[in-house]
Design a protein around this ligand. Structure first.
Ligand code: SAH
Length: 492
């Protein structure tokens, strides 16, 4: 983090501005909005600034800058067109340990002004840390359109009622539920939009009279295979409202970044073969947190119901009468194959796709090799790398051809994604080499992978096929896009 975002209360606090032109005026206007006591140092003031001085909205301190002037202020702004003077101001402030901003000169700023979306008292500040002001502005425009105008009114009403609500609802959890319910209430939203504030407050009063029992709840949320963009909207909303998030080893850093900042993040990762104890501990944690009235999210890689033991955890919650909900996620078989360029089904090559796991309960159901070994179908194997040799042997023994195309996708959908392809008889070697987590895909559709790869390194080929690039770069004229190196074998 290059800059710490903070909101500063400048009411009645002195701020020094050096410069009297229109750039200084812009900064002073913002400072006056924040009710700062602005002191200006400049030879001449422009017309607006002169007016503000005569209205006593700001103080014209002196004509010459003197380093002593920075000593009695909280912030300093240098906004002259004299580079040397700006530098002097900068060093005077630095020496006196005052925060200083030399306008449009980022190396000489110890603080910077963000782009602002103002729905006072709600304010959104955006900054690119000086790297891409245009991008920050575009983002501001987008957010500006997204944020309803009644936000400010809702916050104002909330400010007026905060203390009363605290007296009536003594628990933090109760209050949070109350406010969330109110802010999402369509009538409350409409009344504030239409500026019918007294009716909005009557509605608030009615809502406040209701009961807000303290019971926790658990949401089982699928985090998807890695790329945070694959998290569902509902998943995002849910992790943004969580008090505590219990997450697995498979949940990516990117997704964890999206969890509400104040939520407790608890790692409950586990490895194949060491399930039972850890699972009991996880179950107990879920119950404990829920009984404390918390909003618990159980965040699992991919989809919670696909080889994720989600069902088992819900059974425990059900038995203890804890309310729960489930937010599905994109399972690895869908995410990793999509990003690798392997369509799971294809009219010419596979009419069936099966998801199986290489890691079964020791005494559990045996895999039906005759069914799995049939042609015209795609097998996706979760947790399959350790058993890859047996998988390959059994499938061949039951009739699957040794040259059936296979792929091992590691870290699917993440920047580190790798895809290794080969034939069924090579599967054990491919699987052993592959970084983990890795997903095995077996079937004729895998032959399409070299031609349909689009993500990561493979994506660069696409850039070259864009017509404008062909026109502007002669060297690329001989480029042949996506000619299959070998003709694909169609399955009759
Ligand atoms: N519930 C998860 C699967 C959990 S089982 C889901 O729906 O995706 C764990 C296995 O999933 C791993 O051993 C691996 O085979 C596969 N897997 C999960 N994420 C993966 C990823 N990003 N890339 C490749 N394989 C992945």
């Amino acid at each position: 983090m290059n800059y710490l975002p903070i909101f500063v209360d400048l009411k009645q606090r002195p701020v020094l501005v050096v410069g009297g032109g229109h750039i200084a005026e812009r900064k002073i206007a913002a400072l006056l909005k924040a009710e700062a006591k602005v002191q200006v140092v400049a030879h001449t003031l422009n017309r607006t600034l002169q007016q503000w001085v005569s209205q006593q909205r700001l103080e014209w301190l002196a004509q010459e800058f003197d380093p002593q002037q920075v000593r009695s202020v909280y912030l300093v702004i240098a906004a002259t067109n004299d580079n040397e003077l700006n530098q002097q101001v900068f060093w005077a402030a630095e020496n006196a340990q005052r925060l200083v901003n030399v306008v449009d000169d980022q190396p000489h700023c110890s603080y910077i002004f963000p782009s602002i979306i103002d729905r006072s008292p709600i304010q959104v500040a955006i900054s690119s840390g000086g790297t891409a002001p245009v991008l920050a502005r575009l983002l501001r425009e987008k957010l500006e359109a997204l944020l309803p105008q009644n936000l400010g009114a809702m916050a104002q009403i909330s400010g007026r009622w905060r203390e009363k609500v605290k007296v009536r609802l003594t628990q933090l959890t109760q209050r949070r539920r109350f406010w969330e319910k109110l802010f999402n209430h369509p009538t409350f939203q409409r009344l504030t939009e239409n500026q019918q504030f007294s009716q909005a407050e009557q509605l608030l009063q009615r809502q406040l009279n209701q009961d807000y029992p303290i019971i926790g709840e658990v949401a089982l949320v699928g985090a998807g295979p890695g790329d945070a963009g694959l998290l569902t909207l509902k998943g995002l909303q849910t992790i943004q409202q969580a008090d505590v998030v219990l997450y697995d080893a498979l949940v990516s850093e990117q997704v964890l970044e999206l969890v509400r900042r104040d939520a407790d993040k608890v790692f409950v990762g586990k490895r194949a073969g060491k399930h039972s104890v850890a699972q009991q501990d996880t179950n107990q944690l879920l119950l404990d947190y829920a009984r404390q009235g918390k909003r618990v999210v159980r965040l699992k890689g991919g989809d919670p119901f696909v080889f994720g033991r989600g069902g088992e955890e819900l059974e425990v919650l059900k038995a203890h009468k804890i309310p729960f909900s489930v937010v599905p996620g994109i399972t690895a078989a869908l995410g990793a194959t999509a990003y690798a360029g392997i369509p799971l089904t294809h009219r010419d090559y596979a009419q069936t796709a099966m998801f199986i796991t290489g890691h079964c309960q020791p005494d559990g159901n045996k895999l039906r090799w005759e069914t799995l070994a049939q042609g015209n179908q795609t097998l996706v194997v979760y947790m399959g790398t350790i058993k890859a040799a047996e998988l390959s042997r059994q499938l061949q023994a039951h009739g699957r051809s040794a040259d059936t195309p296979v792929a091992v996708i590691s870290n699917g959908t993440l920047a580190e994604q790798t895809v290794q392809t080969g034939q069924l008889h090579q599967l054990a070697v491919l699987a052993e080499q592959a970084p983990k987590p890795a997903l095995i895909v077996i079937g004729e559709v895998v032959a399409l992978q070299p031609h349909l790869a689009w993500f990561g390194e493979a994506a660069q080929q696409f850039v070259l096929t864009e017509p404008q690039l062909f026109q502007s770069n002669n060297e690329l004229q001989s480029f042949e896009a996506f000619q299959p190196s070998q003709p694909l074998k169609k399955i009759a």
